[in-house]
Design a protein around this ligand. Structure first.
Ligand code: IMP
Length: 179
């Protein structure tokens, strides 16, 4: 595709790592059932592929959030635009995220979800961008550590597009330099 500057993670690399994560999670939750909370829309591809490798019983629920402030600089003030449909009280909850950047979104979500009294609450993120972290987040499962670059594909969007691309890439600067 013309927009692709460099492929950072190939489809094969992503799928191989997701299989390993699935095995780790299955071992850790053996004998329990897991409530997977997908943060829309970026976590959707990851949720589908990861959950195929989970042997415990799995329940899905979905949340959508938007952060106040401008799109490039996360303000840390998060608004829930779609809440969970089920109670998570007493459940083993695993948040499935596409990428952790500043950590501000998950910092808010963790506090919010903890207040609903789950039996346990952990995070599984496909990508971790530690260079930009503003608040410490306890992440149990990480797919890949990635550099501080704008990444697109496999759930990550550029202007709401390219989420369906099965690999992760950096876009050519001319695609976003006029924004
Ligand atoms: P945080 O609150 O800064 O950790 O924001 C995390 C959210 O920002 C992710 O769930 C993504 O939706 C978005 N995000 C962060 N980095 C990227 C990127 O490189 N490409 C696309 N979206 C990103």
């Amino acid at each position: 595709m013309d927009i692709v500057e460099r492929i950072i993670l190939s489809e094969e690399q992503i799928q191989e790592r997701i299989k390993e994560l699935g095995q780790d999670i299955s071992r850790d939750y053996e004998g329990k059932s897991i409530t997977l909370i997908c943060i829309l829309k970026g976590g959707l591809m990851f949720l589908c592929d990861l959950s195929k490798h989970l042997t415990p019983l799995v329940e899905y629920d979905f949340m959508s959030v938007s952060s106040y402030g401008d799109a490039t600089e996360s303000s840390g003030v998060v608004r829930i635009t779609k809440d969970l449909e089920e109670s998570i009280e007493g459940k083993h909850v695993l948040i499935v995220e596409d990428i952790i950047d500043t950590g501000l979104t998950l910092n808010y979500l963790l506090k919010n979800l903890h207040s609903r009294n789950p039996a346990s609450l952990e995070i599984c993120t496909l990508l971790n961008k530690p260079a930009n972290r503003k608040v410490e987040i306890p992440v149990k499962y990480v797919g890949f550590e990635v550099p501080n670059a704008f990444l697109v594909g496999y759930g990550l969007d550029f202007k709401q597009l390219y989420r369906n691309i099965p690999y992760i890439f950096t876009p050519k600067p001319e695609y976003y330099e006029n924004d």
